[in-house]
Design a protein around this ligand. Structure first.
Ligand code: PSU
Ligand code: MN
Length: 301
């Protein structure tokens, strides 16, 4: 059911570090052609930092771990691609379908392929208004049960961040801020929320991952890596834009899986593309750290 690309297979055989990458960010998180460019740049960044990238997607009922450039291009241009989370994965494979994997589904596929480190932009979480809608991403539950270290720039600031961190605490997920005491907020380096845990180096993060496995504690780690300073958008600038986008989603009756892609697209429009530039910068930054963690993990095995 799982097809490793030749590059990923060779890396596995040689015991080289591998970094998993998701595909929903390509199909639902960014517009074409920036999505394709970014996917290629993220893969190049992982390679430049001594690891092998494994972008994950389901193509014609097969789980692909590592995509060829042609597959990446097809996916980036495809319209109406399914967005697959934990609930959708088996149905998609069973019916021969094609779809992009969210953080949750990418973690499942990575773990099955023996990959422990995964880089993305931002995870899903508790949506604003969840007390009425119950809209909470399956990404959070996945972090509680699948042993993959996920490097993200925090949870997307479109979410209710305090509630997101509370749920992760309840689920026993280590949320580790990198190099600072406060949690980052995706497009901005700082949020007012103090991080539950802080580590400063890739080696420490790899050690913590290793120890969790050794202690037989299920689940992964969320590494909250702040966006580079030169790329950040101040939280005060974004707050009214996020409020507007959230209101527009409500007016247009957007619900369920459609909420996250709608908000990202609307914020892209309202910031005249600045949100996308920041998003690209933070994904590249996460790819670098994930490669370093994967390298360190290789020295512990
Ligand atoms: N981060 C981004 N863009 C995205 C996503 C994350 O910068 O498109 C995607 C991820 O795949 C994440 C998903 O898992 O959004 C969360 O969606 P939901 O809230 O429906 O679970
Ligand atoms: Mn949701």
């Amino acid at each position: 059911m799982i097809a490793l690309s030749p590059e990923v297979q060779a890396a596995k055989d040689a015991g080289q570090p591998i970094v998993a990458l998701e595909s929903t960010i390509i199909t639902h998180g960014m517009p074409y052609p920036q999505n394709l460019e970014t996917a290629r740049r993220v893969e190049a960044e992982v390679r430049a930092h001594g690891a092998v990238p494994a972008t994950i997607a389901i193509l014609n009922g097969q789980i692909h771990v590592g995509l060829t450039d042609a597959e990446l291009e097809t996916l980036a241009q495809a319209k109406n691609v399914a967005k697959l989370s934990r609930a959708d994965l088996a149905v998609c494979v069973a019916t021969g379908g094609t779809g992009a994997t969210t953080v949750a589904a990418t973690m499942i596929c990575a773990a099955r392929a023996g990959i422990a480190v995964f880089a993305t932009g931002g995870i899903g979480g508790v949506h604003k208004g969840a007390e009425d809608t119950f809209d909470i991403s399956a990404d959070l539950q996945e972090l509680a049960q699948t042993p993959v270290t996920v490097v993200a720039a925090g949870a997307k600031a479109i979410l209710d961040l305090p509630k997101t961190w509370e749920v992760l605490e309840t689920l026993g997920v280590p949320v580790i801020a990198v190099g600072q005491d406060h949690l980052p907020a995706f497009w901005s380096r700082q949020s007012p929320l103090k991080a539950p845990l802080r580590l400063d180096t890739a080696a420490e993060i790899a050690k913590a991952h290793h120890m969790r496995v050794a202690l037989d504690i299920p689940g992964g780690q969320l590494v909250a890596n702040p966006i580079p300073a030169e790329a950040e958008i101040a939280a005060e600038v974004l707050a009214p834009i996020i409020a507007q986008a959230t209101q527009d989603a409500e007016i247009h009756g957007i619900t369920g899986k459609g909420v996250t892609p709608y908000l990202l697209q609307r914020i892209f429009e309202l910031t005249e593309g600045r949100s996308l530039e920041a998003n690209i910068a933070l994904v590249l930054n996460n790819a670098r750290l994930a490669a370093a963690i994967a390298r360190e993990l290789g020295t512990l095995a």
